[in-house]
Design a protein around this ligand. Structure first.
Ligand code: FES
Length: 123
């Protein structure tokens, strides 16, 4: 039911943790399943230099958080803002339809973190 890539990101998630001096933090939750995802950014000259996540949720939520952090790292804020849940799901070789909302959560948490950064820097 899950692709090998989903299983890999679930078992060996990349970029897990928190950034103590994060430049931006985004948190989103899904009311239905109760899962929560938090993303921390470190930004230098408009580029995402470092990114970490904490996800309290299902396996797909952990896999999509891991994938979205890998996809966003090294990108400019504008490029990262263009990452969609569809792109995250594709990166993972697809997700079962019932789990698409998990990739929504990852893309939304990234967006929220970027918005937080922009807000605190008056951008
Ligand atoms: S079941 Fe809710 S994020 Fe996966």
């Amino acid at each position: 039911m899950y692709s090998e890539k989903v299983m890999d990101h679930f078992k060996n998630p990349r970029n897990v943790g928190e950034l103590e001096k994060a430049d931006g933090v985004g948190e989103v939750g899904n009311i239905k399943c109760g899962d929560i995802m938090r993303i921390y950014l470190q930004v230098e000259e408009g580029i995402i230099k470092d990114i970490k996540f904490r996800t309290f949720g299902c396996g797909a939520a952990i896999a999509t958080s891991s994938a979205v952090t890998e996809m966003a790292k090294g990108k400019t804020l504008d490029e990262a803002l263009k990452l969609t849940n569809q792109m995250v799901a594709e990166e993972l070789g697809g997700l079962p339809p019932l789990k698409m909302h998990c990739s929504n959560l990852a893309a939304d948490a990234l967006k929220a973190a970027i918005e937080d950064y922009k807000k605190s820097n008056n951008l």
